[in-house]
Write a protein that binds this ligand. Structure first.
Ligand code: SIN
Length: 485
């Protein structure tokens, strides 16, 4: 496949409607995780250009917020239409910079576009209230107003949709946004900027900083007083640092951080469907999503049957170049990620785990790790405590409902959890007892524009998508009208 719309592939940053280089001419290279081939050289912007982007964005926001909700909605709708018209090309760009199979990449683009469509509609529904008053001559009214200039720091695992999930809501609310995409996946962000420009999003309202110096850019985004809100998707470790940095200028923050999702298969579950659920929740994006199932718990009575069936399905996965037809597992993002999962599997093996499929690197390329199923795992192993972020499925054995709920909750994370079972009362009990922001019951796929995405505990706070998502970018203003006689 070749790119149909070549204008989507950019090698400059996008600030205030202009394609710019670094002030000092610095650049950095990004490579295809499949084979290490250099696919782009991009400006390595620093603090000065970031400050400039924020200031321009501030000017633009003052005009953008005065547009009617209908006007903003029409522009966003056009952006959505352009994303859909260019979905194959956007998918191609995503695959070469991130590695995921093309079909999955196009799926992400459609998912990403759906946030723009959704928030184009929600722009018109940011209602305030008229509140019954405490006094005869007083009237109480609330309105919702755009918070101002927003900063977004987005991850490499979803280079398209993690931007649109934030930008769609921000722009619909009347905010402008300065986006710092992950340093190794900025091409999807720049392609989105091409289409934003074509859709009529005014200069300065949507900006993309390309940089290899993430912490320098982060310092400016978190300390500049013009930025009134930071939305971050990434690791809990980095999220904690950003929260601290935002405290000095008291910014509103939303954090979509790490997870350690349990996936429970009860004795009465439909085993085939549970296996299907694990395949989706564990192996999507080669196991590199925050909501990937991390710890799989199967009841002892079905443990053998479940692990055998799971292993059979895992063996059918085809590793390869994401651009090739039939590939359903692409490379991991880099060697560091491969080394990390290698260490986790070795730790499990040393402590007694059995590898029933996979368990090592693949000869397809250095960035590949074979989809792996581990049995005889226990809570002393690192796979129980750490976010795996790779194609490793450790299957633990449990006996009772209370034991498994306690195990599932025994983590500092609280993003997503899944379970399969049929008993109606048990389903309610377990769904309520799991300490997570999102729970999939008899399904391994919970992500949709229509539902609130987000976690609790050290997985963060704030919700994205759904009717709640736009509130993250709005302030409530209370107006008290006196002397009403
Ligand atoms: C994530 O991994 O951060 C997002 C995954 C999703 O939206 O499904």
């Amino acid at each position: 496949m070749i790119l149909q719309n070549k204008s989507l592939l950019r090698s400059k940053a996008y600030i205030n409607g202009e394609w710019i280089s670094a002030n000092n001419g610095a650049s950095y290279k990004i490579s295809n995780p499949f084979n290490g081939e250099i696919i782009a050289t991009l400006p390595d912007l620093g603090r000065d250009e970031t400050k400039m982007a924020i200031e321009k964005s501030d000017i633009a926001q003052k005009v953008w917020k005065t547009k009617t909700a209908g006007e903003r909605s029409n522009i966003l709708r056009k952006w959505f239409d352009l994303m859909m018209e260019n979905k194959e090309d956007l998918g191609y760009i995503l695959t070469i910079e991130q590695g995921k199979p093309l079909k999955e990449a196009i799926g992400e683009v459609v998912y990403g576009a759906s946030f723009i469509e959704w928030f184009a509609e929600e722009a018109k529904r940011t209602y305030g209230d008229v509140i019954p008053s405490h006094a005869k001559d007083i009237r109480i009214v609330t309105i919702k107003q755009a918070i101002g200039v927003v900063a977004a720091i987005t991850p490499w695992n979803f280079p398209n949709s993690m931007i649109t999930r934030k930008a769609g809501a921000a722009l619909a609310a009347g905010c402008s946004i300065v986006v710092k995409p992950a340093k190794n996946t900025p091409l999807s962000a720049l392609a989105l900027a091409v289409l934003a420009d074509e859709a009529g999003i005014p200069p300065g309202v949507f900006n993309i900083i390309t940089s290899n110096r993430s912490s320098e850019i982060g310092d400016e985004l978190t300390s500049n007083p013009i930025i009134r809100k930071l939305s971050f998707t990434g690791s809990t470790e980095v999220g904690k640092v950003l929260i601290k940095k935002c405290a000095d200028t008291v910014k509103k923050v939303s954090m979509e951080l790490g997870g350690n999702a349990p996936f429970i298969v009860f004795a009465d579950a439909d085993i085939n469907k549970a296996v299907e659920g694990v395949m989706i929740s564990k192996f999507r994006n080669s196991g590199q999503t925050c909501v990937c199932s991390n710890r799989i718990y199967a009841h002892s009575s079905i443990y053998k049957e479940f692990t055998e069936k799971l292993s059979k399905e895992v063996n059918k996965l085809h590793l390869g170049n994401g651009l090739e037809e039939g590939t359903n597992i692409g490379p991991m993002i880099n060697l560091k990620a491969v080394n990390f999962v290698t260490k986790l599997v070795n730790d499990a093996k040393e402590k007694g785990a059995k590898v029933i499929t996979g368990g090592c690197c693949s000869d397809i390329g250095k960035t590949f790790y074979k989809p792996t199923v581990l049995t005889d795992v226990d809570t002393s192993m690192d796979v129980h405590k750490q976010e795996i972020f790779g194609p490793i499925a450790p299957v633990f054995k449990f006996e009772t409902e209370s034991e498994v709920v306690q195990l599932a909750n025994d983590t500092e994370y609280g993003l997503a959890a899944y379970f399969y079972g049929r008993d109606y009362a048990m389903i309610w009990r377990v769904a309520e007892a799991l300490e997570y922001g999102m729970v999939g019951i008899n399904t391994g796929l919970i992500s949709t524009t229509l539902a609130p995405f987000g976690g609790i505990k050290e997985s963060g706070f704030g919700r994205e998508g759904s009717k709640y998502g736009i509130d993250e970018y709005l302030e409530i203003k209370y107006m008290c009208f006196g002397d009403v006689s």
